[in-house]
Design a protein around this ligand. Structure first.
Ligand code: HEM
Length: 203
């Protein structure tokens, strides 16, 4: 049985939206624990990082299996990364600081954790804004170059995570090793394809 791209896209969408639904359900049923804001910050931060890494996995898969068709889902996954990052940021603005400009600025001026997270988020914005087919066409090669910054965003996100963990950085190291593996695969495959006929130039 052949499953249509639309059906798969709907399934991917449902999977991507489910962490958000879980968070909403936990908030509705008062199951966020003794510190709901902290729980939501950690939950949304972790899912942002997971979606970022899942999105980054698609390009190496496409490089290794060009006919897999997996690249069709990259935009959706990338936009979900942005969605969870925005949620994470909004939780910070609204629930941690009640939208108080003074407290937000104070945090930005004193917390390296916040600064690194903010930088990662700012770098994500142009990627989300240029994710349409039209922008891809308009920007051409510049689009591909621009989207390489996603690896920098990955590094900043892991640094942000490590700084927030303070004592035990086992989890950030786990995510860092995934990023390293993805970068290595990308480098190796790119080197091979550049030696052969030049046709693969994905970000
Ligand atoms: C690409 C963007 C971002 C990613 C991937 C990200 C990811 C994360 C992760 C993984 C954590 C730790 C979760 C845990 O401990 O379980 C975290 C914590 C946190 N993030 Fe982000 N974040 C991003 C952007 C931001 C932004 C823009 C802000 C605010 C300006 C922010 C503020 C925080 C704060 C306050 C914490 C908690 C720190 C603590 O517990 O001491 N993050 N983030």
């Amino acid at each position: 049985m052949k499953v249509s791209t639309l059906t798969v896209k709907c399934m991917v969408f449902a999977i991507c939206v489910s962490p958000f639904m879980v968070m909403l359900w936990n908030a509705y049923s008062n199951s966020l624990g003794p510190n709901p804001v902290e729980t939501m910050t950690h939950f949304s931060g972790l899912w942002t990082l997971r979606f970022l890494l899942i999105t980054l996995t698609l390009t190496p898969i496409k490089m290794i299996y060009p006919k897999s068709g997996i690249i069709k889902y990259r935009r959706m996954l990338g936009l979900f990364t942005f969605f969870y990052a925005t949620l994470h940021f909004l939780i910070f603005l609204a629930f941690e600081h009640g939208f108080s400009v003074r407290y937000i600025l104070e945090d930005i001026l004193t917390s390296p954790i916040v600064d690194v997270g903010l930088l990662a988020y700012i770098l994500l914005i142009p990627l989300a804004l240029t994710s349409t087919n039209e922008m891809m066409r308009k920007l051409g090669k510049a689009w591909k170059k621009m989207h390489i910054s996603v690896y920098v965003i990955g590094m900043l996100s892991i640094l942000h995570f490590a700084l927030s963990e303070k004592a035990d950085i086992t989890n950030p190291l786990f995510y860092a090793s995934i990023l390293l593996i993805l970068l290595t695969i990308r480098g190796v495959v790119r080197n091979r394809t550049q030696k052969g006929p030049k046709k693969n130039n994905d970000a």
